[in-house]
Design a protein around this ligand. Structure first.
Ligand code: BGC
Ligand code: CA
Length: 238
């Protein structure tokens, strides 16, 4: 085959296709086939000299040692992982923006459900502070008549919203927390027991005759349930 390599090309022949174009055409015709072609060249035919030969032998050995063909596969894999990662990143960003959009939509619906009867939507809470003074029982009825209940403060976030809502008003307000003598425990109006965090003023609760809880000056105090105060209602919107 040595002669073939060195044979002068026949320049009178018309060459219509490059290799790639020819492959594409064969593929279209369903003629694509794989061929393994061995090209035999003698060392004498191509020998560029002893130095270069030595280099070539060394290069070959290094390729085998480091598995250059394995590296090509590895690069292929990395490329696939990279593009999968990019796709996932795009999906993630789309989901995130959809999530933000839905959250905003939910909040605007909550606000619409909240804002009636003098209720305010803030910090995810829908609350109303009464103007009239009533004992604890009457205050509770005041709230339930307005599709709400006395507020349950079972997180720092809620305590913070109430502190902010009360702000400069600084009134004494009934909360939805009472002491049940039968169960000898503090309970919120939603039936849940009192758990941490709590915001009792120092020394409170301090009186077995005070079984209802008021809010003032950013803290809680147990108070006689017959005392007449303003109250804070919470309309829970799911
Ligand atoms: C006490 C409270 C108590 C209140 C009753 C205050 O001086 O510190 O614990 O609930 O009096 O009026
Ligand atoms: Ca007290």
């Amino acid at each position: 085959m040595t002669e073939d390599l060195y044979a002068r090309p026949d320049l009178t022949k018309k060459v219509r296709y490059g290799q790639r174009e020819r492959e594409l055409e064969m593929e279209e015709r369903g003629e694509r086939e794989e061929r393994i072609v061995d090209i035999y060249v003698t060392a004498d035919d191509l020998d560029p000299g002893p130095g270069a030969r030595q280099d070539a032998v060394q290069k070959n050995a290094t390729q085998e040692q480091h598995g250059d063909f394995g590296l090509i596969n590895e690069e292929d894999n990395l490329h696939q992982i990279r593009s999968r990662f990019d796709q996932l990143q795009i999906s993630f960003d789309q989901l995130l923006s959809r999530y933000d959009h839905l959250t905003a939509e939910r909040d605007s619906m909550k606000r619409r459900l909240c804002e009636s009867d003098g209720f305010t939507f803030d910090g995810g809470l829908c609350y109303h502070i009464s103007a009239e003074l009533k004992n604890w029982e009457e205050s509770r009825r005041y709230c339930t008549d307005k599709q709400s209940d006395l507020i349950v403060i079972n997180s720092k976030e809620k305590q913070d919203v109430v502190e902010k809502a009360v702000g400069h008003l600084h009134p004494y307000l009934w909360l939805g927390l009472t002491y049940t003598k039968e169960e000898e425990t503090w309970k919120w109006v939603d039936g849940t027991p009192l758990t941490t965090p709590t915001y009792w003023h120092p020394g409170e609760p301090n009186n077995p005759d005070e079984n209802c809880v008021e809010f003032y000056d950013r803290g809680w105090n147990d108070m006689s349930c017959t005392t007449t105060l303003r109250c804070i209602c919470d309309r829970v919107i799911y």
